[in-house]
Design a binder for this molecule. Structure first.
Ligand SMILES: [Zn+2]
Length: 496
């Protein structure tokens, strides 16, 4: 065994989209022979991830260095120890081609910050999460724009002159008058790759030929700005634009301090909100906590009713609790420096604006279950799709919500207190538990429908209803079937 710094070293580089590295310093190299003629070079490096530029507007903010994405050449058959500083290294990713990424195993990431691996090929890319790059963004925009119900436009330019692009999705054969209005944007924080994988899958779902997607497009207009900070993504920054400014908290600044990205968003949003306020605004992020969450604005800073609406959207997103549970919800006060506060100040309860966070690591604080992947982010995106759909009570032909048409009996009382989430303005409790409830639909297509009851913050399966011919549908039930508490039911048509 011999040691020294004579051995061939590794070449580090970041000359590609979203590439980022502060410094790589060799700390040790050892040639180890297990037996004659079989030697392995052990190389140790300290990797300092790169800090964003100093924030000239919020001078108390410490720049972030979360994101790293670099290439190493000359690694084949060497044992490489990487000690990552300034950022997390919780089973990050490697790729031999810059396209297909795999997580380091837990044995390759045996302790905080340390990556130990013998590589099979000479070139390898290392990244905090699977990069979602500017090129990917453009490729998907090109693909989405080919659909007949997509309109693509540039709403402004970044500091460095990259276009900030928006797609508008709606079925224009249906009148816009009663359509719900949804705004979604993402990636103000460039390091937050999972948020983009989730939003891409959600957009794909909205543009799919699934019957619920067709119905959503007939009944809503969806505005999506996938990259609000293109410079930050392109340049491989963590939480800022190329200027060092965290544009997430730039919404309450005077014009002289407003970044061009935020000015462009404000202009477009205001133009659209002047026509009619959005029903829903989703601000897509990723967080370092090992869970999915919404940042729910507390009642003290908004209203009890607004809190209830946010809790309803949140509960609907949980679906079967595979990725997201009640315990993961986060609460904070609404603040004007964020887009949510900027909207609250103008529209109060009329628009539900909220941040959604996906994790980088695993779900529900449970490392023994699934780790976050492109595939399960796409499954979570389906939960997000149905949460949006049901929250807005989209009256599609395959999936729709009915509230009681009539209540019979003398035990019923109307409630709107916060002991549960509910649709509309109230729910009903039958204290005598002997009342009856009637649901009605004026023109329901022939078919078999599964019926779910909204109870305990989730959809509970109740049974099937058969509609023998197109036309009026009436469904009668006893309050005991609802355990004396009725809010709304969901009907989902079975596929033929
Ligand atoms: Zn963020």
């Amino acid at each position: 065994m011999s040691s020294g710094t004579l051995f061939s070293q590794i070449l580090f580089s970041t000359g590609f989209e979203s590439g980022s590295l502060g410094e790589a310093t060799i700390t040790d190299s050892v040639l180890f022979s297990a037996k004659r003629g079989d030697t392995t070079l052990y190389l140790s490096y300290q990797i300092n991830s790169r800090f964003d530029p100093f924030n000239p507007i919020d001078t108390t903010l410490r720049p972030s260095a979360r994101w790293y994405y670099f290439k190493m050449v000359g690694v084949k058959d060497k044992m490489v120890y990487l000690n990552i500083k300034n950022s997390e290294a919780i089973r990050p990713f490697f790729s031999y081609d810059g396209e297909n990424f795999s997580r380091f195993t837990s044995s390759e990431n045996p302790e905080k910050g340390l990556l130990v691996k013998r590589y099979e090929r000479d070139t390898v890319y290392i990244s905090h999460y699977i990069p979602y790059t500017w090129s990917r963004h453009k490729m998907k925009l090109d693909e989405w724009s080919l659909k007949p119900f997509v309109h693509r436009e540039e709403i402004g330019k970044s500091t460095n002159g990259l276009p900030i692009e928006m797609i508008t999705i709606t079925d224009s054969e249906h009148s816009d008058i009663n359509k719900k209005r949804i705004w979604i944007h993402g990636r103000s924080h460039p390091s937050e790759q999972p948020a983009s994988w989730h939003l891409e899958a959600l957009t794909d779902y909205i543009l799919s030929e699934r019957p619920e997607a067709v119905d959503l497009r007939k009944n809503s207009i969806i505005y999506i700005v996938p990259f609000i900070n293109p410079d930050g993504v392109y340049g491989g920054y963590s939480r800022s634009s190329s200027t060092g400014v965290n544009i997430e908290i730039n919404w309450d600044k005077p014009d002289s301090l407003t970044m061009p990205e935020i000015a462009a968003l404000k202009f477009k949003m205001k133009e659209l909100m002047d026509e009619k306020p959005f029903d829903l605004v989703l601000n897509m992020h990723s967080q370092i906590a090992n869970s999915v969450t919404y940042w729910i604005h507390n009642a003290e800073s908004t209203t009890e009713r607004f809190l209830q609406k946010q809790l309803l959207l949140s509960a609907l997103t949980m679906d079967d609790r595979r990725f997201y549970r009640e315990a993961d919800q986060s609460f904070s006060a609404v603040a004007s420096r964020y887009v949510e506060g900027w909207i609250w100040d103008k529209y109060k309860e009329e628009t539900l604006a909220i941040t959604f966070e996906t994790p980088y690591t695993y779900y529900k604080e449970n490392p023994n279950e699934e780790w976050v992947s492109i595939e399960n982010l796409a499954e979570l995106a389906e939960d997000s799709f149905f949460a949006i759909y049901d929250f807005l009570m989209i009256q599609g032909s395959y999936r729709f919500i009915l509230e009681p048409e009539r209540l019979k009996g003398r035990g019923w009382s109307e409630r709107d207190d916060s002991s549960r989430t509910f649709f509309g303005e109230s729910y009903f409790v039958d204290e005598r538990e002997n009342g009856r409830v009637v649901f009605k639909h004026d023109n329901l297509n022939k078919g078999v429908y599964k019926i779910y009851n909204y109870k305990s913050n989730r959809w509970e399966y109740m049974g099937r209803a058969i509609q023998r011919r197109d036309g009026r549908f009436v469904w009668r039930s006893n309050s005991s079937q609802f355990n004396g508490e009725v809010d709304a039911i969901l009907l989902v048509k079975e596929e033929n």
